[in-house]
Each structure stands twice: as C-alpha cells, then as structure tokens.
Ligand binder design. Structure first.
Ligand code: ZN
Length: 129
C-alpha cells in the first residue's frame, strides 16, 4: 500500500503520484508516515488581469522575483456560459502565496505604473553619461 503524504489518500503499490495533489506517494498508510514537511500554501488573489496576455506578463514579472504565481482564468471552457452571470470584470486572477501577497501587489503596481508612465526618450543618453 502507498499513500499521499499531503492528503492521506491511500493507493495501490502501482500508483506513483496522488491524483488529487500530484504529491509523490510514500510507502505504507498515511498514519504511519506523518510528514510535517509538506507545506500547504495559502494562495491569495493579488490582481485581476484584464486578459491572458496581461496575466502571463505579470506572472513573468513576479516569477522573476522568485514569487510563485498561479494564474486562474475565470472563463473556463466548461463554464463559459456562466461567465456573464458571475459578473466577471476581469479575465481571471493572479494568485500568490499569502506571505508574498504584499510584495507581489507592490511589484504589480510598480509594473503597471511603468507601463502607464511615458518613458523618457533620453534613456539611452542617460546610460552613456
Ligand atoms: Zn494527495
């Protein structure tokens, strides 16, 4: 018997990863191998990108700072018909671990301000000075 260290679901010996949480299974029942090293991440929504391009761009910005990012589209194929009734005002959501949410929010704000601001055309000459 094998079991998932994260959720405790038991599997046959043929199973390798948990089908629910993709964690590597361990030998034996879950009770016999308590694994406190498994971290449960609490994800917090930090931004609602207007479209997928913005979502992926900001995901790149945050991942460059080594912040794990989850992108969730509010328009899922199976639920597309529900979208209007959910009053979705954005394409989806960016989620980061709660302890990085403040940092992520600041990075996103800085990034968006950088887009809105008219970049000074003298960037190149500054670098040469
Ligand atoms: Zn599991």
């Amino acid at each position: 018997m094998r079991s998932c260290p994260a959720c405790g679901t038991e599997y046959t010996d043929k199973a390798v990863v948990c089908s629910d949480c993709q964690a590597s299974l361990v030998d034996g029942p879950a009770e016999a191998t308590p694994d406190s090293s498994v971290e449960f991440v609490r994800w917090e929504r930090v931004y609602g990108p207007p479209d997928q391009v913005a979502a992926l761009m900001l995901q790149g910005v945050l991942e460059a700072e080594e912040i794990p990012v989850r992108v969730e589209a509010s328009t899922m194929a199976a639920y597309g018909a529900l979208r209007s009734s959910l009053k979705a005002d954005s394409w989806g959501a960016l989620l980061v671990p709660a302890e990085r949410a403040e940092e992520a929010t600041r990075l996103i704000e800085e990034y968006l301000q950088g887009i809105d601001a008219d970049p000074p055309p003298s960037d190149d000459t500054d670098a040469n000075a």
